[in-house]
Design a protein. Structure first.
Length: 239
């Protein structure tokens, strides 16, 4: 399967093979939505992992059988469970994909103010991530960009809001010393995953569905730190 390219953050994983284009939450500048009822919380379905133990995965609105998706191994399970627990009142529709040493979740999330795209990757291969992405114009795209060295040797990179063609994106990357790590993009558009992977060629204009991305950059970075801790605690990839 092929990784789906990102929107304004196409250079988020600038060197990935094959050209694949905590703490309490910080307050967001977006309005705080009214918490949905219990029945509106994140919709997930139990799917066996490769090891045979149950994990959670988002229910897909499409009619495609679950067996057509990649097997949801422990890394996918850790990613999904951390994402859902971080925003328990948000409804997620995230689809898994694999590309060599990379785990990819791509789809939409809705907090009641409108759906928006969420794209999260974990790469376990050393050297796949750019060491200092804020120095890369394609990554920065003119937006504010910050790099923070963490006590364990990791580097947390936040690229704040950039708007192009009405689509606003924020990016975050957690880079391990060997340049493996975790990356994410949040934007105020939706992605249609029912028609298959997004590839080159003409496409319809993006559908902007909310005023701002669901995650401000600092919250996206906090999510990556939580995923990193979860993977490290389980002794899994990119830990």
């Amino acid at each position: 399967m092929h990784a789906r390219p990102m929107t304004a953050g196409a250079a988020l994983i600038a060197t990935i093979a094959l050209g694949c284009t905590g703490t309490a939450p910080a307050p967001s500048s977006a309005p705080t939505p009214t918490a949905p009822s219990t029945t509106e919380r994140a919709s997930v379905t139990a799917i066996p992992t490769l090891s045979g133990s149950p994990s959670t995965a988002p229910a897909s609105p499409s009619s495609e059988p679950v067996s057509e998706s990649p097997a949801l191994d422990d890394v996918f399970a850790a990613m999904l469970e951390t994402i859902v627990s971080d925003r328990p009142t948000v409804r997620f529709d995230l689809h898994p994909d694999r590309l060599d040493g990379t785990w990819i979740l791509d789809g939409n999330a809705d907090d009641g103010l409108g759906p928006g795209r969420l794209y999260v990757t974990v790469t376990s291969r050393a050297g796949d991530l750019t060491a200092h992405p804020c120095g890369d114009p394609d990554f920065r795209q003119g937006g504010p960009c910050f790099e923070q060295e963490l006590p364990n040797g990791d580097r947390l990179v936040l690229r704040d809001r950039v708007t192009a063609g009405g689509v606003t994106t924020v990016l975050a990357v957690l880079i391990h010393p060997d340049r493996s790590g975790i990356s994410a993009e949040s934007s105020n558009m939706v992605i249609d995953l029912t028609s298959g992977p997004i590839g080159p060629g003409p496409r319809d204009p993006p559908t902007v569905t909310r005023a701002e991305p669901l995650y401000p950059a600092r919250d996206l970075g906090r999510l990556l730190l939580a995923i990193g801790r979860r993977l490290a605690g389980l002794g899994l990839a990119a830990s």
